[in-house]
Design a protein around this ligand. Sequence first.
Ligand SMILES: NC(=O)c1ccc[n+]([C@@H]2O[C@H](COP(=O)([O-])OP(=O)(O)OC[C@H]3O[C@@H](n4cnc5c(N)ncnc54)[C@H](O)[C@@H]3O)[C@@H](O)[C@H]2O)c1
Length: 166
Amino acid sequence: MLLTGAAGYIGSHAAVVLSQAGHEVVLLDNFCNSQKSVLERLQKILGKALPCIEADMRDADIVEKVLREYDIDAVIDFAGLKTAGESVANPVLYYANNVQGSISLLQAMQKVGVKTLVFSSSATVDGEPQYLPYDEDHPTKPMNPYGQSKLQVEEILRDLAASDAD
Ligand SMILES: NC(=O)c1ccc[n+]([C@@H]2O[C@H](COP(=O)([O-])OP(=O)(O)OC[C@H]3O[C@@H](n4cnc5c(N)ncnc54)[C@H](O)[C@@H]3O)[C@@H](O)[C@H]2O)c1
C-alpha cells in the first residue's frame, strides 16, 4: 500500500497503524511540510524502516515507477497543502499542488492498473454547516481555495468512478 504525504501528521500515524496491522506500507513525500526525522521516529516505533521515496506527487513518472517497483495495490492520498489562509493568499500554489498532485497520481494509477484509492479530503468542502454533523449528503460550498481544491479532486474522482464502474 502506498501512502502519499506519508511523513505528515495524519500520514505518519496511518503508516504506524497500517504497518502494525500487517500491511506492507510504502511512503512517499516531498517533505515540503514535514521533517525527515519522522522516518527515524517511525523506525523506532515499528522496529523496522519503511521504504520511503522522496518525490513530488506531481511527477507522474516517478509515482508510476514506485507503483510498479513495489507492486502497489492500493493508495491513500494524504499529500497536500492544507492551510486555509495561505490558500487565500496564494490560490495558484494550492490548485497546482493539490489538484495537479492528485491528477498525476491518478494518471500513474491508471497506467499501472491500480484502482483502489482513499482520498484524504476535508470538511472544508462543505463550508458553513446547513446542519450538523456533516454527512455525505451535505451541500458543498467551500469558503476558500484550499476547500475548493479538495472539492475539485472529489469531483474528478466522482467522474473517474462513473467512467469505470468495474
Ligand atoms: N489535519 C487535519 O485536521 C485535516 C483535516 C482534513 C483534511 N486533511 C487533509 O489530510 C491530508 C493530510 O493532512 P495532514 O494534517 O497530515 O497534513 P500535513 O501537512 O502534516 O501532511 C501532508 C504531507 O504531504 C506532503 N506533501 C504536500 N504536497 C506534496 C506533494 N506535491 N508531493 C509529495 N508530498 C507532498 C507534505 O510534505 C506533508 O508531509 C491533507 O491533504 C489535508 O488537506 C487534514
